[in-house]
Design a binder for this molecule. Structure first.
Ligand code: FCB
Length: 442
């Protein structure tokens, strides 16, 4: 029996654009993901988030699922374009607050609390209002003010009940997938721009953190980063130097400004003229003391020399082609503890996509059960070895719109039949219910 500390938080996570649908309802404005998914060739199969899991209408059913799961905490994100559908970057200003958008989250929060489920709210999980994009999006430094205004509106409304706030989800994806690799909205491919976008996202994190604290002194504020260990097939000094630099470019680029108040030196030097324009106090603002670091872990990054290693013959891969490698989570957690200033950590996402099929009304997903079990074991080991890990959120409560992969990748503990919107708890749902009930593994 692997029991977890008494106050360990078990949760499940979702994100607005991935589950809500109802994109034209109650005054919601267009987001960059509406625009991107409706652009031919951008998303697998032409899928869009127009309907998704129809959570906007079915949230009460989804709350019933959470209750059935015995869920103590639920991490979800707020759709900025529901709250400020006409937001513009200054000098035009934020536009009208959309009361119906706020009311949606307001009733959700009330219902969660009535069910004794703690809301963990993410302010930005990638659905930027399209009009802000038209004004330059994350490339325009003044967007940070728009983000602060949005944050203030949300915190003023929900802050009497929501205590846990994350400013951003995975700035790496916002900036690098969106502006460098072109695979996420807004679909740009420019390294210089991606580094500038990343800087503005980080700056907006720092400013929003200050804004939340000013409005709500008892708030717990953090940021959610996607991180992985960079590992190599062989262990030469070149390999080690490469792995260090790659870590700095992918992970340190976000961690170091936030936790150390500086960009990682070697990566900064390696980028040469591509580094972002920054103003004198920016890093001080970015490095606000945090109540927690949210960590999304899915896999390690394995290299063969300076190239991504081909698939290993003896390893398991998910439908995303991501290697299943729970020891990487242990190594990542202990690395953070050794190398970074102390900060409590939550695993804010962890999970796996596999091919699920419904048989006689059930979904048997033993590989997902194994994935979860192994990663929960890694968490327990990390805690044993002194890591201040406070919680674990499974990704995801429901199958949903997996960004550029559309509906082809299923990460849910609950199967969603998109034709009927029927929800079918998978075996992994039952497994996780037991974990929560026992506060650990049998
Ligand atoms: C993360 C995202 C989340 C989900 C998972 C699979 O990068 O935060 O929305 O798509 O990956």
């Amino acid at each position: 029996m692997q029991v977890f500390p008494k106050n360990f938080v078990w949760g499940a996570a979702t994100a607005s654009y991935q589950i809500e649908g109802a994109v034209h309802e109650d005054g919601r404005g267009e987001s960059i993901w509406d625009r991107f998914s409706h652009t031919p060739g951008k998303v697998h199969n032409g899928d869009t988030g127009d309907v998704a899991c129809d959570h906007y209408h079915r949230w009460r059913d989804d709350l019933e699922l959470m209750k059935q799961l015995g869920l103590p905490a639920y991490r979800f994100s707020i759709a900025w374009p529901r709250i400020l559908p006409n937001a513009r970057i200054l000098p035009n200003g934020r536009g009208q607050v959309n009361e119906k958008g706020l009311a949606f989250y307001d009733q959700l929060v009330d219902a969660l609390l009535a069910a004794n489920i703690q809301p963990y709210v993410t302010l930005y999980h990638w659905d930027l209002p399209q009009m802000l994009e038209d004004d330059g999006g994350w490339l325009n430094r003044d967007i940070v003010n728009a983000f602060v205004e949005y944050t203030q509106v949300v915190v003023k409304r929900l802050g009497d009940r929501v205590k846990q706030w994350s400013t951003h989800n995975e700035p790496f994806c916002t900036a690098f997938l969106g502006y460098r690799y072109g695979v996420h909205a807004p679909g740009l491919s420019d390294e210089v721009q991606s580094l500038q976008a990343a800087h503005h996202v980080l700056l907006s994190h720092g400013l929003a953190t200050q804004a939340i604290r000013a409005l709500q002194p008892d708030a717990q504020v953090g940021i959610v980063l996607n991180l992985w260990t960079v590992e190599t097939l062989t262990d030469t000094s070149d390999d080690r130097a490469f792995a260090d630099l790659q870590w700095q470019k992918d992970c340190g680029w976000y961690l170091d400004p936030v936790l150390r108040g500086q960009y990682p030196a070697q990566a900064w030097a390696a980028y040469e003229a591509k580094v972002p324009a920054i103003q004198p106090d920016d890093l001080k603002v970015i490095a606000q003391p945090l109540d927690y670091l949210g960590l999304n872990y899915y896999m390690r990054a394995l290299y063969d020399g300076p190239r991504r290693a081909p698939k290993l013959l003896d390893a398991e891969y998910t439908e995303m082609d991501w290697e299943v490698h729970a020891p990487g989570l242990y190594r990542l957690l202990t690395k953070l503890q050794r190398e970074y200033p102390a900060v409590p950590i939550y695993i804010t996402e962890n999970g796996a996509a596999f091919k699920d099929t419904v048989e006689d009304g059930a979904v048997h997903d033993p590989r997902r059960v194994n994935y979860l079990r192994e990663h929960i074991v890694a968490c327990r080991q990390a805690i044993n070895d002194g890591v201040d890990l406070r919680g674990y959120f499974a990704w995801s409560l429901l199958d949903n719109f997996e960004w550029a992969h559309g509906y082809s990748k299923r990460f849910g503990l609950t199967y969603v039949d998109y034709a009927t919107q029927q929800r079918i708890p998978k075996d992994s749902f039952e497994f996780y219910r037991e974990v929560i009930k026992r506060n650990g593994l049998a």
